[in-house]
Ligand binder design. Structure first.
Ligand code: RIB
Ligand code: NA
Length: 308
């Protein structure tokens, strides 16, 4: 049976909602506070699981109440968590998130236990990784573990590296090790120095990422949609998205990646362009609801044409 494996992060998200984002040094009163399960790796895994994918997560949490609660939560989504380890004497990763009324956000993460995911842990899960048709990784866990996962998966399907949070220079080896590299506009700016990034200069950013070693690159541009190109056929294709009034854009990139992995795994025959179009629609749904994992749509909540 086809499956998706995510080697990545788990975070406990503390999110404050306010009319606008504060300026440096400013205190403002918010309107709502939520403590939820997040982290880019787990979010991407949940996004795929909610679409009906068979998923496994390889990750690290603190051996504390929130770490154990997180594992229960993964089980509710039917995610295989046998390779989620609980690290003693370390806190689970945490994210402080601020969301403004226009849907924009700011995030500070403290990686905590995520930094304790080692290449040995990844090796212990080698069979799960090799059996999966799609691997998703990010930059929120240790680079060693991430690179190990990409190497193990080589020759076993499609691998995705989400370059988030941004690293100015992740190094050639890791960029060459993934099949699809996906970043948002801010991350692409940091990696290429092209700023502000827009549809007019996006091709230059894609070209720079090919020079850095990437094979297929997707850059997501928020409300402008996304662009993608392959090293062989460098001319970029723009995928626009429906214009909506966002409520909370946190985790929209994760919804996109989880959905893209789903289409790569279960709708292999669709073109990459069509897979990106469908994944973008699913990400757009997620920005219309507060939160990350809880805002990702299930298969039943979506138009069934997306799954033909
Ligand atoms: O991409 C959104 C996620 O980024 C949040 O859930 C937070 O945990 C940070 O990792
Ligand atoms: Na959302």
């Amino acid at each position: 049976m086809s499956s998706i494996v995510v080697v990545g992060s788990c975070m406990i998200d503390s999110t404050s909602f306010s009319e606008r984002l504060p300026k440096p040094g400013e205190t403002i009163a918010g309107t709502r506070f939520d403590k939820t399960f997040g982290g880019k790796g787990a979010n991407q895994c949940v996004a795929a699981a909610k679409l009906g994918a068979t998923t496994s997560l390889i990750a690290a949490l603190g051996n504390d109440a929130s770490g154990r609660e997180y594992i229960n939560q993964l089980e509710k989504y039917k995610i295989n968590s046998e390779h989620v380890k609980l690290v003693p004497d370390v806190s689970s990763g945490s994210a402080q998130i601020m969301v403004a009324e226009n849907g924009e956000n700011m995030i500070v993460i403290v990686k905590g236990a995520n930094d304790y995911l080692t290449s040995d842990d990844v090796n212990k899960a080698r069979q799960t990784i090799k059996n999966a048709s799609v691997l998703i990784t990010q930059f929120e866990s240790s680079l060693d573990a991430t690179l190990e996962a990409l190497k193990l998966h080589k020759g076993h399907g499609t691998s995705i590296l989400n370059g988030a949070p941004a690293l100015a220079n992740p190094g050639r080896e890791i960029l060459e090790s993934c099949d699809i590299f996906c970043v948002n506009e801010t991350e692409a700016q940091i990696m290429t120095g092209i700023e502000p990034l827009n549809l007019i200069n996006a091709q230059d950013a894609l070209d720079k990422l090919f020079i850095q070693g990437c094979k297929i690159v997707i850059i997501t541009l928020g409300g402008t949609g996304s662009v993608f190109a392959t090293r062989k056929q460098q001319k970029m294709i723009h995928i626009p998205v429906e214009i909506v009034k966002p409520i909370d854009t946190t985790g929209a990139g994760d919804a996109f990646l989880g959905a893209l992995a789903y289409f790569l795994c279960y709708h292999e025959k669709l073109s990459l362009e069509e897979k990106i179009i469908r994944a973008s629609k699913i990400a757009t749904e997620s920005v219309l609801k507060i939160g990350t994992q809880s805002s990702f749509p299930t298969k039943n909540e979506l138009p069934q044409e997306l799954f033909l």
